[in-house]
Design a binder for this molecule. Structure first.
Ligand code: AMP
Ligand code: ZN
Ligand code: FE
Ligand code: FE
Length: 286
């Protein structure tokens, strides 16, 4: 029987389209053995997800997060698994990341208004709902106001880095991100390592992350072709990193992502990864 595990998915708590309950239900229905929900800078969906997962004893739900990390050469993403997500300091740190996103959405709305494509912060906030507020929500506000014809145009004309309504937000450093995850018992994994076109020396960057305590790297990533995965698998092995994987499912059409219920990490590697987390956090669910 194929071992099915997916360690990278998004829900309505960040920029995905399925609620945590819907996602868990759909992945369990697809026969998935292990699933991690990795919303951007937020673990607010975890309680609901664990509740939903309690109905599927065959499914291991792994608490997860995807942090945006700033480097001197651009943004990279760091995944964390099995953190003690109820830890107060940890929750407060994630809350600070969220607040910085809210302030940024406000600034973007002002910029767009100055640029002759007025949208209100209030409308962006409404569109985001309970989600981690982000540029996709701004894009949707631009779309419904008739300023752009689709999401891509919103990014190409206004929101992408280097475009006139691009606004930076507070991001954590690679070292801080690894420490944040590991300090609460989690396992730190570099996300979609081929999407680091701005990093000039990826080998040196990986070595640096390993020195901070990085433990894994995404290899079987939803949209990566087989030859790329093979190359990344070698690279992970060279740095003694556990090869992980996931769909990066958002449920948005036009967004590159793997299929629900796919198989992205071997059982052996999942076992290796789990063994790196603080033991009491990986016990069977309460
Ligand atoms: P944020 O979290 O606000 O920085 O927004 C990040 C999200 O915006 C990503 O997950 C993508 O969904 C989307 N995004 C970022 N850059 C682009 C781009 N150039 N074109 C289309 N979508 C993008
Ligand atoms: Zn996303
Ligand atoms: Fe990402
Ligand atoms: Fe993601």
């Amino acid at each position: 029987m194929t071992f099915r595990a997916d360690l990278h998915t998004h829900t309505t708590r960040s920029d995905g389209t399925l609620s945590p309950t819907e996602l868990v239900t759909r992945w369990a229905g697809a026969g998935v053995h292990a699933l991690s929900i990795t919303d951007h800078d937020s673990m607010e969906g975890m309680e609901e997800a664990l509740e939903a997962a309690a109905r599927f004893p065959e499914l291991e739900l792994i608490p997860g997060v995807e942090l945006s990390v700033d480097t001197e050469h651009g943004e990279v993403h760091m995944l964390g698994f099995w953190m003690d997500w109820q830890d107060r300091g940890y929750r407060e740190t994630l809350a600070r990341f969220q607040e910085s996103r809210v302030g940024r959405a406000r600034t973007i709305a002002q910029r767009l208004t100055e640029l002759g494509a007025p949208v209100t912060f209030e409308r962006i906030r409404e569109i985001a709902g309970e989600a981690t507020i982000g540029r996709p929500h701004v894009a949707q506000a631009l779309l419904e106001a008739g300023h752009v014809k689709d999401n891509q145009e919103a990014f190409d004309r206004f929101l992408a880095k280097g475009k006139p309504a691009y606004v930076e937000r507070d991001k954590t450093t690679p070292e801080e991100a690894v420490r944040l995850i590991r300090d609460v018992g989690g396992v730190a994994v570099l996300a979609h390592p081929n999407d680091m076109g701005t990093i000039p020396d990826v080998e040196a960057f990986l070595a640096e992350l390993v020195s901070y305590g990085l433990q894994g790297m995404e290899v079987d990533y939803g949209s990566y072709p087989q030859d790329l995965r093979a190359r990344l698998r070698d690279q992970a092995a060279r740095h003694h990193l556990v090869a992980t994987g996931g769909s990066d499912y958002h449920g948005r059409s036009g967004y590159f992502e793997g299929v629900p219920g796919g198989s992205y990490i071997t059982k052996t590697n999942l076992d290796r990864l789990r063994a790196l987390a603080r033991p009491e956090l990986t016990r069977p669910r309460a």
